[in-house]
Design a protein around this ligand. Sequence first.
Ligand code: PFF
Length: 560
Amino acid sequence: MEQREKREGWHSGLGFILAAAGSAIGLGNIWRFPYITGQHGGGAFVLIYLLCVALIGLPVMLCEIALGRHTGRNPVGAFRRLNPDSCRLAHLFGAGMTLCGLLALFMRSWGWGGLFILIGVLIFKYRWTLVGVMGVVAGFVILSFYSVVAGWTIGYVFKAATGQLAFETVDVAKESFGAFITHPGWAILCHFLFMALCVAVVCRGIQGGIEKVSKVLMPLLFMILLALIVRGLTLPGAMAGVRYYLSPNFKLITPQCILVAVGLAFFSLSLGMGAMITYGSYVAKEQNLFKSAMAIVGLDVLVAFLAGLAIFPAVFALGFQPDQGSGLAFQALPAVFHHMPLGAAWAFLFFLLLLVAALTSGISLLEVVTAYWVDERRWSRRKATLVFGGCIFALGCLCAVSVANWNHIKPVEQALATLFGGVKDSFFVTMETMADWMLALGGLLIALFVGWVWGVRRAVDEIRQGSDNFADVHLWSVMAGLKDDPSHNSDMHVFTLASLWGVFVRFICPVAIVIAFLNTIGWLELKGPEAKPAAVEQVADEPVADESASAIRNESHESM
Ligand code: PFF
């Protein structure tokens, strides 16, 4: 039997909710959600996004937290504990992978062939533990590029504080942004500062580090956001922005759009890589998991929605174009703020908001990696954060110098091209794409594992500790306000929250995620007008310095 030392836990239920919401609320909400909503039908997209979050995000979130609390482990430890001795489903995946590998070798694709066969063999050996391993690897991959973008926000906080964001037009702002992110020295320095902040927090542990910081930063985030919303809405002409953001345009809704919403929901809720398994592993048995999951998802959606409300009214009021795509935050907004009274202060607050949001997410990514080495390898927390913070910093340096192209790291490009027969636009984009694939695949496997291998029955037993209503109260009775009436909660639990959740986890989520995954990897081309960021089109057509143009284009890649 494994010896278990006493493990740290959250000091309070609220601490867990704030830390998990902090993980979920990040660049995905404040940067990505508003501009994607602007491109994909405004209010109509918001509705679809809400549906995806409620129908797919919430059930998977509950799976992850339940897995974490039940096992009290990091993702690898969690799957290892519940790994069945033999599993037909796992063998099926293993055989499928090996077959794909052989096919790839047959087609002389040595890199892919070798990789698939290796994964196939590992699946036969380790079965579901591999899903946890993929989560830890995803933590590495995501943090390496996330920290680069978060580093830009540090740079912009500094620039705002020193009055360097006074741009008359979006074009000037765009040029300055392009020059900033393609300057290797600045990019690496900012990336280093962000990683150092993450390491400093994670090093201090759960209660003294992550929980303490989240309890300060999350209220701060809300306060800044509210201040920005009030400022935006009180500008003359702001209502046009509200209308643009929220009036539904159903013509822009395509099947593609729905899949974008599924992908965004996963990234934004930090699902698919075990971040919520890790945070769930520190939760006390008395805590109501269902209510906590609802609170985390609710806060995440609220912040995404409010971020749009902070941005679009101001953009409209000052006569700027709202359809700037991914350039909205770093290129259009500095120009917008410059034309406001006390603009530098508002710009400072906005980039501080982005930084705060990114920091609590970055911390959770590093915690996944750290928890594995602390739990499974018995490393001290300090050593694990320093060593792996350092490794992620090194990988991130490759991203930082290759935002635009491969010019600074030609040998890496050549090595990857030789192995895999072609490469993406840059190392940065390669990491983003890998992250997208890993999150979708991870989410699918987590739902399948809970629904079909660990079993809904056992998962529900875990969830009902601290939340009786989840499995014992007839759902119709709850909705009708009769939950305290015993005759409405008979032994025949026909329709409970638990049974509804089970159906989603076993059938609806896996099917929806498979479709979204096939779309992510490009095997499913759904027809429909693809909304293209205006900024990207503009930049692509302009003869601006090649590097910054392609950097901005890369940045528009919709995985963040
Ligand atoms: N949810 C974060 C965001 O919206 O920016 C990103 C993220 C954090 C993804 C942690 C995954 C994760 F484990």
